[in-house]
Design a protein around this ligand. Structure first.
Ligand SMILES: *Cc1c(COP(=O)(O)O)cnc(C)c1O
Length: 493
C-alpha cells in the first residue's frame, strides 16, 4: 500500500516513510492511496481479542510495511498494564439508554493523546530502521499543555531517541507544568520559554528550518523529527480504539455485530474524529459522525455551510485542548471527500492567503452525508457536567461534556435513536476547578487540595499519575528566552 500527499497524488511513499517524514515536502499530509477493508468476519474474530491484538489487527491494514507480529509487539509494549492499568485499556461505559462513553483517558497522562504517543516511538524508531537511517532521532515539541507531556511519557528512555519539550512560561495550568518538569527519563529535556505558545512554536519552527543547524546536528549523529499531530503515525493508532469500542459494545449486549452506531467526538485539530471516519471507511458500521466544538466553533460553521473561515475572535474556554481555529487534519478530509489534490491546494492556498475557503455544493453534500455537528459554550458544558453526574452518576470532564451536549442536541433534533458513543478525551481530575464549579462545590487554593476535594465529594479515585506529582522533585525548573532554545538542546546532546 502506498501513501500519497493531499497536495500531490503523484508523490507516493511507503507507510514507514510517511511516518519518518511527518509532512510531505509539498506541504501536504500523507494518507493511504486506498483503504483496505476489515471484513465482518475479521471483526467477529476480533471480539475475543485483547486491546493490543485488536490494535495490531487494525494497524496491519494501514501500516503495510510492518508485519502483524511487529505491530503486536509494539502495541503490547505501548498499552501494557504499567501504562494503562485498566484491563480494557479503552473502557466503554454505558451511561444512558442510547449513550455510551469511550474512556480514552486511562493512560499515563490522563488524556487521549496517550494512545498515539505511547505507540509513536515504536513506530518511528522502526520506520527509521526500515529506511536505513542510523542516526539518533531528536524530537522537538512546542506544547501548550497536553501534547508535551504525552510525548515525553511516550519517548522517555526509548533507545535511539532524545526528546526536548518547550512550553510557554505561565501559559499552562500548574498541574500540566508539574507533569512536565517532574518527567523521568535519561533522554528527556524540558524548558519553559518566556512568551506565549506562539513564541515557543516559532522558536521550534526556526530550529527545524535552519539548514546549518540541521547539518551540525547531522554531524553529531542526530536527525530532527517532531511528534506533531499531523504525522500519520499519530493518526493510525487512534483508528484502533473505535474498533475496540464497537466490539466491546457487542460484548456488552448494547448492539449486535453489524448493527450501526453513531460516534460523537469533542474536536480541535480534527485528528480524533478523522480516525473515526477512517474506521468507518475501512468497514466499521458507523452511521453518523458528530463533530462537537466549543465556542471556537469554526468547524460547526464549516460543516453547516461549506465555508471555512478562521477570521473570527479566538476564545479561551474551559476546554482548552479544543481552542483552535485552524484544524490541520481537515486537509485529509478535504482530500477524501473531493478526491482531488488540485482542490485541496486551492482550498489551502485560500486559507493561507485569505484565511477562508469554500467547498463546492457537491463536496458539501458528501460531507453532510456522513458528518453532523454542533457546539457548546462553557455554561452549557458546565450544565452538562452537573446534569450528567446528577442523573447518571457519570462525571465527564469539560471536553467530554461538550461531546455529550452536542450528541444530546443531535438526538433531540433528529430523533435518531441509534446506539452512540461519545469519546471521553480527558479525565475530570485534569480540570478540577471547572468540574468542581459545575458541581457547585467550592474550589480550594492548591492543585492537590482540588484533586482531593473532587475525589472526596464524588467518591471517584483520582488518577495516581496526578496525585503522585505532589512533592515530586522538579527536574527541569529552567526558563529561557526564545533565542536561547538552541542552548537548551545543545546542553542535552
Ligand atoms: C487534543 C485534545 C482534543 C482535540 O482532539 P483533536 O484530535 O485535536 O480533534 C480534545 N480533548 C482533549 C482533552 C485533548 O487533549
Amino acid at each position: 500500500m502506498k501513501y500519497i500527499s493531499t497536495r500531490d497524488q503523484n508523490q507516493t511513499v511507503a507507510p514507514s516513510q510517511a511516518i519518518v517524514a511527518g509532512i510531505s515536502p509539498d506541504g501536504g499530509l500523507y494518507l493511504p492511496e486506498s483503504i483496505a477493508q476489515i471484513s465482518p468476519d475479521v471483526q467477529k474474530s476480533m471480539l475475543e481479542m485483547d486491546y493490543p491484538n485488536r490494535a495490531a489487527e487494525v494497524l496491519s491494514r494501514f501500516l503495510t510495511d510492518f508485519s502483524r507480529e511487529e505491530l503486536l509487539q509494539y502495541a503490547q509494549a505501548a498499552y501494557s498494564k504499567a501504562k494503562f492499568p485498566s484491563p480494557a485499556v479503552a473502557p466503554v461505559v454505558k451511561v444512558r439508554k442510547t449513550l455510551s462513553v469511550l474512556e480514552l483517558f486511562r493512560g499515563p497522562t490522563c488524556a487521549f493523546k496517550d494512545f498515539a504517543l505511547q505507540l509513536l516511538p515504536y513506530l518511528l524508531t522502526a520506520s527509521l530502521r526500515k529506511n536505513g537511517e542510523t542516526r539518533e532521532v531528536l524530537i522537538l515539541v512546542a506544547t501548550s499543555g497536553d501534547t508535551g507531556k504525552a510525548a515525553l511519557e511516550g519517548f522517555a528512555d526509548v533507545d535511539g531517541t532524545k526528546i526536548c519539550v518547550f512550553y510557554p512560561y505561565g501559559g499552562t495550568s500548574n498541574i500540566q507544568r508539574l507533569q512536565m518538569t517532574t518527567q523521568r527519563g535519561l533522554n528527556v529535556m524540558v524548558s519553559a520559554v518566556h512568551g506565549n505558545f506562539d513564541d515557543a512554536q516559532t522558536g521550534v519552527k526556526q530550529i527545524f528550518t535552519d539548514e546549518n543547524y540541521r547539518s551540525l546536528l547531522a554531524e553529531k549523529g542526530y536527525l530532527l523529527s517532531s511528534a506533531n499531530s499531523i504525522n500519520w503515525g499519530r493518526l493510525a493508532p487512534q483508528i484502533a480504539y473505535y474498533y475496540s469500542a464497537y466490539l466491546d459494545m457487542v460484548r456488552q449486549g448494547t448492539i449486535r455485530l453489524g448493527e450501526p452506531i453513531n460516534v460523537a467526538v469533542p474536536t480541535g485539530n480534527f485528528g480524533n474524529i478523522l480516525a473515526a471516519y477512517y474506521a468507518k471507511l475501512s468497514g466499521l458500521p458507523i452511521a453518523r459522525l458528530i463533530c462537537a466544538s466549543n465556542r471556537n466553533n469554526v468547524l460547526t460553521d464549516f460543516i453547516r455551510t461549506g465555508t471555512y473561515d478562521k477570521n473570527r475572535p479566538f476564545y479561551l474556554t474551559s476546554s482548552p485542548s479544543m481552542d483552535i481555529l485552524v484544524s490541520s487534519n481537515l486537509e485529509r478530509l478535504l482530500y477524501l471527500l473531493s478526491g482531488s489534490d488540485t482542490e485541496v491546494r486551492r482550498c489551502m492556498d485560500a486559507l493561507k492567503n485569505a484565511g477562508r475557503y469554500q467547498i463546492s455544493e457537491e463536496v458539501l453534500a458528501k460531507l453532510n452525508a456522513d458528518f453532523d455537528c454542533g457546539f457548546a459554550d462553557d455554561d452549557q458544558a458546565s450544565e452538562t457536567i452537573a446534569r450528567t453526574y446528577r442523573e447518571t452518576g457519570y462525571l465527564p470532564d469539560t471536553h467530554t461534556a461538550v461531546g455529550i451536549r452536542v450528541y444530546e442536541e443531535y438526538r433531540q433534533r433528529t430523533g435518531d435513536d441509534t446506539p452512540s458513543i461519545v469519546a471521553a478525551t480527558a479525565s475530570p481530575f485534569k480540570f478540577c476547578p471547572s468540574v468542581l464549579n459545575a458541581l457547585g462545590f467550592p474550589v480550594p487554593e492548591g492543585d492537590f487540595d482540588r484533586i482531593n476535594t473532587l475525589s472526596v465529594k464524588t467518591g471517584l479515585a483520582a488518577p495516581r499519575s496526578l496525585t503522585a506529582l505532589c512533592g515530586m522533585p522538579e527536574r527541569f525548573p529552567g526558563v529561557v528566552n526564545p533565542d536561547q532554545m538552541r542552548n537548551v538542546i545543545d546542553s542535552m546532546l
